[in-house]
Design a protein around this ligand. Structure first.
Ligand code: HEC
Length: 695
């Protein structure tokens, strides 16, 4: 009987779909769903379910499966969600479930259902109720659609939804508005933005922990992530005693910054893990905060806003289509009335951009495309018509100057005609720093560090903003320790190039001209047979953030010295597939070394260097941690698994601890309950250090 009904439905639907397709009607999605099912891509639903749920009164939207195959995300209860449904669900629950799960889901012979569980999606509930749990006393239930979905609606009144596991933090968070974030000096107990302040200095003036007592610091608490991904790169933010931490798998947690107690957690499962196209795995580097909201980007290129007090999802906006190769791993930048984000995916030939969204509702406000369309300023620097897939991703977090309302963002390389004549096409705005007006997103100025960036260096590294005396005048400067091996000094108001100095070994250029343009060495150009050139394909530095200490006046960078063999290879474009015409392979004859270098910013000269463990395996997958400098005269960094405190003025090592896991992230400092802490992610844990409490 059921079978017959299914066939009858199939015929009916086929007719409907034929008509719809002919008419070009929106019902076309039904044909797409059936095609997916026929191709075996929807194995989690049966054919009868497929037919039933293609009808207009379906409890779930099968159309969601076209963009993502994860039923836990796509198939949510959409129809039987009214108060009346919840009431009916309660009756059904009492009749069928209470004997084991308790009168109001408090548990009995069966587990409690009135507590949050991140495994309990609508879809998981549907299948569990319908099929039972084999091998246990949880029986299958042969109930019609409305009944099961009504029970699910009732259960939702008992416990929060799995993607939104929230609890009231019960802590008074003042919310961190724009004025607090911008007045970094008055907020040193907090860490309110990715780089610790809009200027990108990653400096904390806290000095309870200093050169004289840092050897006494000890672990105070640990937050252990249960992520299965191996890149725990979070940069925690701290607002009034509450810490916000992101985890690679799409989770945000709020912790009591004094003791690590979990206040709330938010989980958004990755909707379509198999459908993601990533260069470098699943990672997330942290949140932004503004006016009582927490903003987080996702690996499938969404931007989300959560309520700072509860973790409740306020809105979810698609920034870009992950199926074209877009993803986001960087923390957003929250400024006055805007949340700004870039995108990753340059290896997939996406078109890079920086975009601003309304913090209130996620509506797009402006967008700056890093590859100009034909006719737009900069388009004449392109030789090919590939602007739609031109690259120039914006995969790190930018810095901001509130006084001039200028956002500074680094872009990654473009890479399209490796066989072209040297310097034939600069390809703006690849491997550049762009200065955008925060209010409108308009380009104020740009500086291209590596025109025609054929090695694929990029210029995404955090811009560091410093006001300082230079040749007798106080200048408002921007420093960029660039992956190509040069430290650039620019006037951050006009974009004027002031100076450029090598901070690592490089062989691809013979210095810079008066405008900062590199004199390219032809012999260092990538070739079909491979060309050895410095720096290597990881770069002289990379996403590991630098630090500037107003106390020492030094600018410090994580540095890699080593070469790659750069090979030109054939590529052809396919949407959402890697598109890389030059690859840097490791050179097995030349080792790479790692170090922290602190420079006098005025002339780029070296103040001190701390050599770190050489890259013994000579691998190209070189990793380092970011840097933090403090008012206690300290510089925190890491060496493989060891977390280190150095004397910020001399580089002398003062303290070292084996954390047991690779330190890939950047340390931050804050004060909670009157005590200074240093936090850093290592392995899959967030470790928090402080001085022992006095007995
Ligand atoms: C005869 C006892 C019994 C009845 C009746 C019963 N359950 Fe269960 N249920 C269990 C047991 C036992 C488990 C735990 C199974 C296991 O060990 O995994 C369970 C597991 C579950 C789970 C998964 C646990 C979780 O945390 O998500 C859900 C959901 C659930 N039941 C819902 C229901 C609903 C809804 C009904 C009524 C339609 C129902 N059960 C009826 C015994 C029962």
């Amino acid at each position: 009987m059921k079978r017959f009904a299914a066939f009858a439905l199939a015929f009916g639907l086929a007719a409907v779909i034929a008509v719809a397709t002919l008419a070009g009607d929106s019902l076309q999605w039904r044909a797409q769903v059936l095609a997916l099912k026929a191709r075996g891509e929807l194995e989690f639903i049966t054919w009868p379910e497929t037919f039933r749920w293609l009808l207009p009164d379906s409890p779930v939207y099968l159309s969601n499966l076209i963009t993502g195959r994860n039923p836990h995300v796509a198939l949510t209860n959409t129809r039987y969600v009214s108060a009346a449904d919840a009431q009916r669900g309660e009756q059904l629950f009492r009749q069928n479930c209470s004997s084991c799960h308790g009168g109001a889901g408090e548990g009995g012979n069966g587990p409690p259902l009135n507590v949050p569980s991140r495994f309990r999606s609508d879809w998981a509930l549907y299948r569990t109720i319908q099929q039972g749990v084999p091998g246990t006393s949880m029986p299958p239930h042969d109930m019609p659609d409305p009944a099961i979905w009504q029970i699910i609606t009732y259960l939702a009144t008992l416990a929060p939804a799995p993607e939104e596991i929230v609890a009231d933090a019960g802590i008074d968070i003042a919310g961190a508005g724009f004025d607090r974030i911008r007045s970094r000096d008055g907020e040193m107990q907090n860490w309110l933005s990715y780089s610790g302040g809009y200027a990108g200095q990653r400096f904390s003036s806290l000095d309870d922990i200093h050169a004289g007592n840092v050897r006494n610091i000890a672990l105070q608490w640990v937050y252990q992530s249960d992520t299965t991904y191996n890149k725990f790169q979070t940069n925690p933010l701290v607002v009034d005693g509450v810490m916000f931490v992101t985890e690679p798998q799409g989770r945000v947690v709020a912790l009591d910054a004094a003791n690590g107690k979990l206040l709330w957690e938010f989980e958004r499962p990755i909707p379509d893990r198999e459908g993601l196209v990533l260069c470098c795995g699943v990672a997330n580097r942290g949140v932004a905060v503004l006016d009582g909201r927490v903003f987080v980007t996702t690996i499938d290129a969404h931007l989300l806003a959560l309520d700072m007090r509860t973790g409740r999802l306020l809105w979810d906006t698609t920034v870009a289509d992950y199926r074209s190769g877009y993803s986001i791993t960087a923390a957003p930048l929250a400024i006055n009335g805007k949340v700004v984000t870039g995108v990753a995916g340059g290896e997939m030939a996406i078109r890079g951009f920086v975009a601003a969204f309304d913090p209130a509702n996620g509506e797009p406000l402006w967008r700056f495309d890093t590859v100009p369309e034909p006719g737009a300023p900069g388009s004449d620097t392109w030789g090919t018509a590939q602007w739609e897939i031109g690259g120039a991703a914006t995969w790190m977090t930018g810095s901001y100057d509130p006084e001039h309302d200028l956002i500074y963002w680094g872009t990654s390389h473009t890479l399209h005609d490796p066989d072209a004549e040297i310097g034939a096409h600069d390809e703006l705005f690849g491997s550049s720093i762009v200065a955008l007006r925060g209010t409108t997103g308009e380009l104020a100025w740009h500086f291209q560090a590596t025109p025609d960036d054929i090695h694929g260096f990029d210029a995404a590294q955090i811009p560091v903003l410093v006001d300082m005396e230079l040749n007798g005048a106080t200048r408002q400067l921007l420093f960029n320790g660039n992956r190509n091996g040069y430290l650039y000094v620019l006037d951050r108001v006009t974009g004027e190039f002031i100076a450029g100095q090598e901070f690592a070994r490089q062989s691809w250029s013979d210095g810079l001209d008066a405008a900062g343009r590199p004199q390219v060495v032809p012999a260092a150009r990538p070739s079909r047979n491979g060309t050895l050139a410095w720096p290597n394909s990881v770069g002289a530095t990379n996403w590991w953030p630098p630090t500037f200490s107003p106390a020492t006046g030094l600018l410090c960078l994580p540095v890699v010295d080593g070469p790659s063999m750069y090979y030109v290879q054939d590529v052809s474009y396919a949407r959402g597939k890697p598109y890389v015409a030059v690859v840097g392979r490791q050179s097995f004859n030349e080792a790479a070394s790692r170090s922290v270098r602190c420079l006098h910013p005025a002339d780029g000269s070296l103040a001190w260097e701390k050599p770190l463990t050489a890259d013994a395996g000579r691998s190209s997958a070189i990793t380092m941690s970011g840097l933090l400098s403090t008012g206690g005269g300290l510089l925190f960094t890491a060496d493989m698994n060891d977390f280190l405190a150095l004397d910020a003025g001399t580089g002398a090592e003062l303290w070292r601890l084996n954390t047991g896991g690779r330190v890939l992230a950047s340390p931050v400092s804050y004060r909670a309950n009157g005590k200074q802490f240093i936090a850093v992610a290592a392995g899959k844990a967030l470790l928090v250090f402080g001085l022992p409490d006095q007995p």
